[in-house]
Design a protein. Structure first.
Length: 324
């Protein structure tokens, strides 16, 4: 079986299993009972507050401008809600608002936006290539979606601050949506400053950091209210928000990726030797990924092309090494 796949999946770590087992062992029926009293309405707040502290310790600066917070089923539900409200605004005003992304970004932004009838414009990221194309296509009220650390190559994008500054000067009407899904899956301190007025909302998930895809743990913080998520204090998954709080309490954001970096490197070396990845691939900041700027035999790795390079997911090989 191959050590490498194209689509990014997380790893269900032994540490994750232990936290899940402990919560299951509590037989937490009491959390679900007497719902008519409204006692569950605030049960997500501990998870949301823990996340703020967790990412702050990791190196993310949120500032105090994100007054609205909502639990969601991973990041996907938040992405859909923000794009749906953007589409409703665009269609009601016939304003033709667009969604902007970088080439090679997470495909979900484009797929959801296109399904909602929104025009999507992709821009080059390397060496500030976005400046000319974004200046020509951006309109006030547009959204720009990006992930940091980046889904393009699994690395922290060092140009993020410069991009925010450029937007403020040249496209101040564009609302920036930042996806922190990979925070918690990198061993290095991210140092991500989101205290910029053009950052309108921040989505997050624990799927990549802990491998809890099907527990659906995530959320969104926003400068403005998100009406379609207003009722989520009633409709959240209680086990998920409880599990999320427990996972973050048990493990700091850089702990597990730091522990398993050596496995990432071992699996990558084996994949290179087997010809499964490009010979010049290197470990990404995200612990289950590797990337390469290009490959001599690019055609052999065309499925891994992200526009400006190649990205490989090492989760199959790492999972077998960690969970034999």
């Amino acid at each position: 079986m191959s050590d490498v796949i194209r689509t990014v999946y997380g790893i269900y770590y032994p540490e994750t299993r232990r936290v899940v087992d402990a919560l299951w062992a509590e037989r937490p029926h009491a959390y679900y009972e007497r719902n008519y009293t409204g006692r569950q309405d605030k049960m997500h707040e501990a998870c949301m507050e823990r996340w703020r502290a967790w990412v702050t310790e990791a190196g993310v600066s949120l500032g105090d401008g994100f007054a609205h917070a909502y639990p969601t089923a991973g990041a996907n539900e938040a992405i859909h809600a923000l794009l749906a409200e953007h589409a409703a605004r665009v269609h009601s005003t016939a304003g033709g608002g667009r969604v902007h992304v970088f080439w090679g970004e997470y495909e979900g932004y484009t797929h959801v936006a296109a399904a909602l009838g929104l025009e999507v414009v992709a821009h080059g990221r390397a060496d500030g290539a976005y400046r000319e194309s974004l200046a020509a296509t951006a309109r006030p009220g547009d959204q720009f979606w990006l992930s940091q650390p980046s889904a393009i190559d699994g690395n922290l994008w060092r140009g993020f601050d410069g991009f925010c500054q450029w937007l403020a000067q040249h496209a101040p009407g564009v609302r920036l949506m930042v996806d922190l899904t990979y925070v918690g899956a990198v061993a290095v301190a991210p140092r991500i400053d989101l205290d910029h007025p053009q950052v309108a909302a921040v989505v997050w998930s624990l799927s990549k950091p802990f491998g809890v895809y099907y527990h659906r743990i995530g959320g969104v913080v926003s400068r403005e209210e998100i009406p379609s998520l207003r009722g989520h204090h009633w409709f959240k998954n209680l086990f998920s928000v409880l599990l999320g709080e427990r996972l973050m309490a048990a493990h700091a954001a850089r702990e597990l990726p730091g522990k398993y970096q050596a496995v990432q490197r071992e699996v990558l070396a084996r994949a290179v030797a087997a010809g499964e990845v490009a010979a010049n691939a290197e470990p990404s900041d995200v612990v289950m990924l590797a990337s390469a700027p290009a490959a001599d035999d690019h055609a052999a790795f065309k499925d891994y092309d992200r526009g400006a390079g190649l990205r490989f997911c090492l989760s199959p090989g790492m999972d077998r090494a960690i969970n034999p």
